[in-house]
Ligand binder design. Structure first.
Ligand code: FES
Length: 166
């Protein structure tokens, strides 16, 4: 863990009582800060709250809102359902992977983006569809990919960029 990351963990832990009741709110804060729950942070939480590590993992894996793997600040879901597929979704996916320098769907090295493929997000009339975080982007073509990424890159707070550089 970098110095900046340690300070962030300390800041989070300092906001809550060292009791088991603080476990979920602390995990939520850690997830919001790092976009996943790093193993070393889970160990620190376990020691600080006097909650056995298996119990911490039990909670961390029970809720969908927590991830034990790094997830990008922005999650891009490219729909590859039938309607989207026939209207060019594979080419859109290729464009995202190319622009983000990913060989396959996954998370970029700077943890800004995670690309996933999904099967039908329920708005086939708008195909091809891409969801970024909670936003639906209809009729997406590969020509629009660069602009879309730029829009979300611009949302990266300076603080997050600083952590990436450490
Ligand atoms: S197939 Fe893509 S939204 Fe249904």
């Amino acid at each position: 863990m970098t110095h900046v990351e340690s300070e962030r963990v300390e800041t989070i832990l300092g906001q809550f009582a060292d009791t088991r009741q603080s476990l979920i709110p602390i995990l939520q804060q850690v997830q919001a800060t790092f976009y996943y729950l790093p193993q070393n942070v889970l160990r620190e939480i376990s020691q600080r709250l006097h909650v056995p590590l298996p119990d911490v993992y039990h909670v961390a894996t029970f809720y969908n809102c927590f991830s034990l793997e790094p997830v990008g600040k922005h999650v891009i879901q490219v729909c590859l359902g039938t309607a989207c597929h026939v209207r060019g979704a594979p080419r859109v996916l290729d464009r995202f992977l190319l622009d983000l320098k990913l060989p396959t769907p996954g998370t970029t090295k700077d943890c800004q983006f995670t690309v996933r493929t999904v099967r039908c997000v329920g708005c086939c009339g708008l195909s091809p569809v891409v969801r970024v975080d909670d936003n639906t982007h209809p009729h997406l073509t590969k020509a629009k990919v660069r602009g879309l990424l730029k829009k979300y890159e611009a949302k990266v707070p300076a603080e997050a960029e600083e952590a990436v550089r450490d």
